[in-house]
Design a protein around this ligand. Structure first.
Ligand code: SAM
Length: 285
């Protein structure tokens, strides 16, 4: 049985780098999870000071992942390879896929041991061994990851696969041939497969807080996981040779927005009484 790495335990679990904050654990903290250590939380708090919307942006990314998995599952994709899967939180790939197709399969890959251990525990608890697996590995090594993913026995390489790289390609440095890595995976998956990804950019960002976005990037250089922005053109290149699902390359919240949730938000912005809920707080004098 896998042991949950416990942030209350002063002893660093084997393989977990507690010298430096790490993106998987910081992201978990942004999303309200508990698989993070003081060093990650302190880093996260500084990030929020620099860029106050960062937690909401993390949530937008997570919701995007969920909508994409649901879309692929509705197109009949029933097996997923989630590269840079993160610490499991609300709406994990296998859970969303199974909600559409109970027979859906998923292999998770992450290079952060805490994310892998938590995924392992979740899968032991609710997964079915022949349909779900997690691999501790580096997605920048497709030649190693692909056979290991197949060795799990979860994926059938002859049938279409949903290949997911959400919120992770920006950890692949500008000198590391991210395009070559993506192309390698795309050459391995069969026809009919989907590639679903998101990426941070400064290209076309209209908001005046662009400087704080750059400051966040600077701050991440102190973590074990620095990140890099890419332009829209660079991101679009990842999809060369694929049929782009409408609406194509777009801002994350605009990609297949959850119509029901958006309608509700708009309705409530027009008429808060529509919520039918009253709220208050009192302080005893
Ligand atoms: C921001 S989280 C995104 C998690 C999830 N994909 C999502 O969209 O909610 C990025 C994850 O990618 C992982 N990661 C970063 N570089 C990686 C690499 N080279 N190989 C595997 N995983 C990596 C991190 O450990 C982290 O868990």
């Amino acid at each position: 049985m896998t042991q949950v790495p416990d942030p209350a335990d002063p002893q660093a679990p084997e393989g977990v780098d507690l010298e430096r904050p790490n993106a998987a654990r910081i992201y978990d903290w942004f999303l309200g999870g508990t698989a993070n250590w003081a060093i990650d939380r302190e880093f996260g708090e500084r990030a929020v000071k620099t860029f106050p919307t960062i937690k909401s942006i993390a949530q937008l990314g997570r919701q995007f992942l969920g909508r994409g998995v649901e879309y692929m599952a509705r197109q009949g994709i029933d097996q997923f390879l989630d590269l840079g899967s993160g610490v499991p939180t609300v709406g994990n790939v296998h859970e969303i896929a199974v909600s559409v197709n109970p027979d859906a399969r998923c292999v998770y890959v992450d290079n952060e041991p805490v994310a892998v251990a938590h995924s392992q525990i979740l899968l032991e608890r609710e997964g079915v061994a022949d349909r779900h697996a997690v691999i501790h590995g580096d997605l920048r090594q497709p030649g190693e990851i692909w056979p290991r993913a197949l060795d799990t026995g979860v994926l059938d390489p002859k049938r279409p696969i949903g290949l997911i790289m959400c919120g992770v390609l920006y950890f692949v440095g500008p000198d590391e041939d991210a395009l070559g890595i993506v192309r390698k995976y795309l050459s391995l998956v069969p026809s009919g497969s989907y590639f679903f990804a998101s990426h941070l950019t400064l290209d076309g960002v209209k908001s005046p807080d662009e400087d704080s976005r750059e400051a966040i990037r600077e701050q991440y250089k102190q973590s074990s996981t620095p990140f890099h922005h890419r332009t829209r053109e660079e991101f679009t290149e990842f999809f060369d040779g694929l049929e782009l699902v409408k609406p194509g390359v777009t801002w994350v919240p605009e990609w297949h927005p959850d119509e029901a949730a958006s309608r509700l938000i708009n309705r409530i912005a027009e008429d808060p009484s529509f919520s039918g809920g009253l709220g208050a707080m009192g302080r005893k004098p």
